[in-house]
Design a protein around this ligand. Structure first.
Ligand SMILES: [Zn+2]
Length: 882
């Protein structure tokens, strides 16, 4: 789906609960009367320290546990309410004389209520519980991942608690603001590893071929950050700034761990310096697990970061330059959370963006520092583009958005929270200056370490001691949804000086989202060959800006602003004429804005197409990649129209000269991003049916079948991609054989995914049947159906709906509400909206329909482009020929 294609590193999760959550719950309180519906535990009792003992039975998928919780009673209570889901409490007791009379469960609220024999006075007590629970086979709570080894099937256990699944592991105050210290003990088979947030403090060898592993006490932290893992692991490590940094892999995979260990070892000192507060734990593990999730790649458990292995391991045989960049960014993202999220945590899920927006911004900052050649900020403009597209449509929401319960919280892990969040931080940093911004971050981390915050705490620290206040701007961009538009109303040249008149508006696509809004927009206005002017634009009344020189003017020069730029006809003509002289950032920004404005019908499609016509053949690879993806996206919307062939012929003609310049083969000393561009161009030209690209891919695939080493990793992925897209039955069977005999889990997943990528509808049907046949690993089933939905949204959607009972068990419970809507991300068929509504009536609870609204807005948007904009393209193409 698009989200996967555009977002480089969606860490995190969604998950939580299955079907329904009540709007109100008997044992809960409503805090924040202004919001009204927020469902939280009563505050009369809070936890201070947990002593947890667990004994998993991996084979039986169950575990036994016991916990002693040191609690503070703040006001007299006759009941204690805590979170508990899918857990049976076998025994409950309290220090002092009070007895627990009964345990009552509320399955919907995911709480257990302990009825006390007599009222408990304020004070400190210890609550003792013995319980047993379930080991899941999807990533929530304590879960199992099975994989193949040379010796047969193996099973490893991991935990995944964000946003609210620690309650499936231990009865607890499972809310981010209920921080406490945790002391975990696990009894595991003697030949298995046990791993947690903290180092092992002691191990007792037991008589029955098992061992009891005691972990050191954690710092004060939120329950969603607790971690436990068990399996046949190996670890590579390095001491960095006094911290034991390790990468933990399943036995045999240490050869793929070096890249991540190097990355982490360089990033840790950078963060220690940037945040001004050193990483506070004695060790930091990056743990690679086999398998995948449809919606997250990694999780920032404090000191024990979990990654699905594709997000962490680099296999020199098959990993591409793109994979390396993704791993680097994901490592950087999760490590940033060790401060933003783990050390300082949002008080409630409304402010999730404090975690995710910040980590998504920081991953770029540190990656750009160590790998400037990757031009990560330029690449991040693609993510901003994606966020702005979502933010202009129905279903968007403010960055800070009221979250009432944990089910709604899972819906908040989206492109607005991550990517708009990151883009807004980028804009604020640019406005304030790097040094002042960092000083604010340091004050914030220092003042709130081990505590919880709301967003205004961050703005307050930024404004303190800074000559420029940002709270007003920050509020405008975080408390209201939508995309501002800064328009050049007119430009007049007088005495060699340019007087540019600009005004602030609102760029929106759907009627629901077009209410005019006001922002204070920091903007940099720059003549193409003169000094720039930084200003704050607000309001619809045009304002004049004086610039030296009379050439073309770029609004949002450097592209750090989160807004669309619109030009007068003369201004646009000047920009188009001078396009090749713009910086790569401005080339990409101008291209992205034209694309959005033209597809929304605000500007003619010709304005976009003129840029493609005179596109510089030596453009920066990231900018050229964006063009290839843009044309590929339009081609998808053309699917099946009689005029598609003419468009493909034009698009091939635009891209072919770019590809001829770089060719099929990696050249010595070429930049890493050239490899990324090469694969984007091969994929696009393959889609457009370019005969020479198809023939060469065919030839290389045949050679690859003879000798796997005939292709380097980058061209291997590109060749396999084109081959799969254009596969006939016998080629598909060849790919299927490769999938079945793959040497590693990562390769197996990659190949099964490719089986669902063909253009041929009959082969895609066959792949869908294969996906649910039980042959591919369970976690790849939903991935294959998603892959099929890129080219064949209707087929994949109909299949998923028809086989929902079979597919649902392969998806984490709470992501099930998002999965079927996600299959429509490339759909243009309006009839699918009714079908999705009908599915939702049966399977998606009303308060978990954020993704449904977004998916339906996307379908309407793409359908409108197909109906209204593509004829403009057809006409323009005719004019070119005529
Ligand atoms: Zn994250």
């Amino acid at each position: 789906m698009l989200m996967r294609a555009f977002a480089r590193s969606f860490c995190l999760l969604l998950l939580g609960l299955a079907a329904t959550l009540p709007v109100s719950m008997a044992q809960s309180v409503r805090s924040n009367p202004g919001i009204g519906e927020r469902v939280m535990l009563p505050a009369a009792v809070t936890p201070d320290h947990y002593r947890i003992e667990i004994t998993p039975d991996a084979g039986a998928l169950t575990f036994k546990g016991s916990v002693e919780i040191d609690i503070t009673v703040h006001q007299a209570v006759s009941h204690i309410v805590l979170n508990s889901a899918d857990i049976v409490i076998d025994r409950a007791g309290l220090s002092e004389q009070t007895k627990v009379d009964a345990v009552n469960y509320d399955d919907k609220a995911q709480t257990a209520t302990l009825a006390l024999a007599q009222e408990l006075k304020p004070g400190a007590y210890t609550l003792s519980l013995a319980y047993h629970g379930k080991i899941y086979q999807q990533a929530s709570g304590l879960f199992a991942l099975d994989y193949d080894t040379p010796k047969g099937k193996a099973r490893a256990l991991f935990t995944q608690f964000e946003n609210s699944d620690a309650r499936r592991f231990v009865p607890s105050w499972d809310e981010p603001a209920r921080k406490a210290t945790f002391e975990l003990t696990a009894t595991v088979p003697a030949d298995q590893w046990a791993i947690s947030n903290m180092p092992i403090a002691a191990t007792d060898v037991l008589a029955d071929n098992s061992k009891r592993v005691h972990f050191a006490v954690t710092p004060k932290m939120s329950s969603y950050l607790l971690f436990f893992g068990m399996g046949d692991f190996e670890r590579v490590q390095r001491a960095v700034d006094g911290v034991d940094v390790g990468v933990v892999v399943k036995r045999g995979d240490t050869g793929s761990a070096a890249f991540a260990l190097d990355a982490a070892s360089r990033i840790l000192p950078y963060y220690n310096a940037y945040f001004g507060t050193p990483y506070p734990l004695p060790k930091l593990d990056l743990i690679a697990a086999p398998g995948s999730s449809q919606f997250f790649g990694a999780m920032e458990n404090w000191g024990a970061i979990f990654y699905f292995e594709r997000a962490l391991l680099i296999d020199p045989r098959i990993s591409t330059e793109r994979d390396k960049q993704n791993v680097y960014l994901t490592v950087a993202h999760e490590m940033a959370h060790q401060w933003f999220g783990d050390l300082v945590t949002m008080a409630w899920w409304d402010d999730l963006w404090l975690n995710e927006g910040f980590a998504s911004w920081m991953e770029n900052k540190v990656t750009d520092h160590f790998h400037p050649e990757w031009k990560i900020w330029l690449q991040a403009l693609g993510e901003k583009q994606y966020a702005m597209q979502e933010d202009a449509r129905d279903g968007t929401h403010p960055i800070i958005t009221p979250i009432n319960d944990v089910l709604q919280a899972s819906g908040a892990f989206d492109s607005i929270t991550y990517l708009k969040g990151a883009a807004v931080i980028r804009m604020l940093e640019a406005y304030l200056g790097e040094d002042a911004f960092r000083a604010g971050v340091r004050r914030y981390i220092h003042d709130y370490a081990y505590g919880n915050t709301v967003t205004d705490d961050l703005w307050h620290e930024m404004d303190r001691g800074s000559p420029r206040r940002i709270t007003q701007i920050a509020h405008d961009f975080t408390l209201q949804a939508g995309v501002p538009m800064v328009s050049e109303v007119s430009a007049r040249c007088l005495d060699g000086k340019n007087s540019v008149s600009i005004a602030q508006g609102h760029f929106a696509i759907d009627a629901e989202s077009t209410t005019a809004r006001a922002w204070h927009v920091p903007a940099i206005i720059a003549p193409i060959d003169g000094a720039s002017v930084a200003t704050v634009v607000s309001g619809a009344v045009p304002r004049d800006i004086q610039l030296a020189g009379c050439g073309a003017v770029v609004i949002n020069a450097g592209q750090t602003g989160y807004f669309r730029s619109r030009y007068s006809n003369e201004g646009l003509a000047a920009i188009t004429g001078g396009y090749s002289t713009l910086s790569p950032e401005d080339q990409l920004g101008v291209l992205n804005d034209r694309s959005a404005l033209a597809q929304a019908g605000v500007e003619p499609m010709a304005a976009l197409l003129e840029l493609t016509k005179s596109f510089p053949v030596d453009a920066e690879p990231v900018v050229a990649s964006a063009l290839a993806r843009l044309l590929r996206g339009l081609d998808r919307i053309y699917e099946g129209l009689p005029t598609q062939a003419a468009f493909r012929s034009y698009a091939s003609g635009v891209l072919k000269p770019l590809f001829d310049r770089i060719g099929w083969n990696k050249r010595p000393n070429e930049g890493d991003n050239v490899a990324l561009l090469r694969s984007d161009l091969i994929a696009a030209l393959g889609d457009f049916g370019d005969p020479s690209v198809l023939a060469e891919a065919r030839k290389r695939f045949e050679r690859y079948l003879q000798s796997a080493s005939s292709l380097d990793a980058g061209s291997r992925r590109a060749v396999l991609g084109v081959t799969a897209a254009h596969a006939d039955r016998s080629t598909w069977e060849q790919l299927h054989r490769l999938a079945k005999s793959a040497a590693t889990e990562i390769e197996r997943r990659e190949l099964y995914e490719l089986l669902a990528a063909p253009e041929s509808t009959s082969l895609v049907q066959q792949a869908l049947e294969l996906a649910i046949s039980g042959e591919p690993p369970s976690t790849i089933t939903p991935v294959m159906i998603s892959t099929a939905s890129t080219r064949h949204p209707k087929i994949a959607f109909d299949f998923a709906v028809a086989h929902w009972d079979t597919i649902a068990p392969h998806i984490e419970p709470a992501t099930q509400a998002r999965y079927v809507p996600s299959l429509l991300h490339d759909a243009t068929d309006l009839s699918l909206i009714d079908k999705l509504d009908a599915f939702a009536e049966r399977h998606i609870p009303p308060d978990a329909r954020q993704d449904l609204r977004k998916a339906e807005a996307t379908v309407r948007y793409l359908a409108e482009i197909r109906k209204d904009r593509l004829p403009e393209v057809d006409q323009w193409l005719k004019n070119q020929r005529g």
